[in-house]
Design a protein around this ligand. Sequence first.
Ligand code: GLC
Length: 555
Amino acid sequence: MKTRWYKDVVFYQIYPRSFCDSKSDGIGDIKGIISKLDYLKELGIGGIWLSPIYKSPNFDMGYDISDYYKVSKDYGTMEDFDLLIKELKKKDIKIIIDLVVNHTSDEHNWFIESKKSIDNPYRNYYIWKKGKGKDGLKPPNNWTSRFLGPAWTYDGNTKEWYLHLFTDKQPDLNWDNIKVREEIKDICNYWFEKGVNGFRCDVITYIVKNQTFENGKYKPLIVGDEHFVMYGKWHEYIKYLHKESWSKYDSYIIAEGMGAKYKDVLDATNELNKEFDSFITFDHMSIDFIKGLIPRKKLNLIKLKISYNKWQQLPKENWQTLYNENHDQPRSVSRYIKNTEYHDEGAKMLFTTEVFLKGTPYIFQGQEIGMTNYPLKMEDYNDIFSQMVFKKSSKTLIGRTLFKKYMSSYARENARTSMQWNDSAFAGFSSSKVWYRVNPNKDRINVDKQQKNLSSILLYYKSLIALRTNNEVIKFGEYKDLLPTHKMLYVYTRSYKNKTYLVCSNFFDKEVKMDLSKVFDKKIGFVILSNYEVAGERNINDILKPYETRVFYFK
Ligand code: GLC
């Protein structure tokens, strides 16, 4: 059966700043990416998601764009980008780029104009509002930024407040203004004409706000969601972009789905509705927190399975994205594989469990070699989100203690260290310096070393990617969780046209006796994949070693 191209491939996310530096200034760049395309082709991936390379003051590392039509000097030139597209085409690798249009940078010309006066033609490109109180010096409402603190900043010049759901250097665009929507459509078309195949739409669920600006319901940290998550004319505006731009190309458009409810995702990703191809959902990224705040000591696998089960039940008109890591999340081996003795087994188990699910799998750079979190000390927190959390938490003793105790495990910095190509001083990322940090474990964990080792994580990834690409059973197969209440094992089947994969993973560092006798009708199966030396015909009801994963195939 013919399906859209993105359902057949595995994607690889490149965070350009930390991927490969070709000009020895310590910052990764486009030419660096080009130099690694053979590596990516060899790995077997069929598409890349490139994090922002636009002109930006980098207050939020490129997620604050000051010109949508320019490439940041840090990353090279527009000619370099054109060359990247050309080289990718030669290799038959697709590319999607970030579309960051909930907000711009405050250094974008639209905002510079908008700030000048209340009757400036660009004023209405953003969301300006009079403050409360006699002199208007109180914010218009209680909404908070996703990065903590008020979502409004006062402008002394025009004596109004502007809205920003992230930092004050990221003012929110006013999507109710048709001119803004037209600008965004033009931006999309411009990049399509350059040859990109789609977009990952950054915090796109937030773009429409309830412009009566009622107060939000009180919540511990984040206030106001009910007034701007997929709010009001959201579907109408997305349909407009779909009609005027996305549908004109053979595109793949995914939404970062912060705060989105199941029903809304169903609507927005139903092929017939002509909005998005898929959503990046977050449930599985929040299961290791109690009340969204305090990290759990031990993985709650049942909760993790509940979140997978929810999204794996999507009807066939919908499509899912699968990921364990990205530039905002800690490294998955550090997150889930608490016993570091089993680093390699754990990394392989996690990827196996992800790849056999329904959806397009994403690998974040370095995940394929099992890169880990960075041993963060206080002086290593440079990300704006960490700084905002620190500002907020440092006011109380309990806040300071929590910051020290937990932040290192979840900070975004963990994903932003240099890609570990080899064991040289700067991990082969650069020859002279790095903009951020190199993880000291580069001597042990690096591409060079793993390329030479037949049992490495990298080569395991490679074989798994090959198996996933164009695989009908994984693409279309029915999904069933066989042991939803088991605390240590995640066991599911994917079945299609008399073929079945049985995927069994132990998420803990203890041996577990697996018993499927009541839920699966076969006793013997053929192991096609394992992270231990297990192969061939085996009894299914067997003992799984620490972090062991086994995939059986039946036909
Ligand atoms: C998205 C990006 C994140 C950024 C935020 C604001 O969540 O992934 O890196 O900080 O949006 O643009």
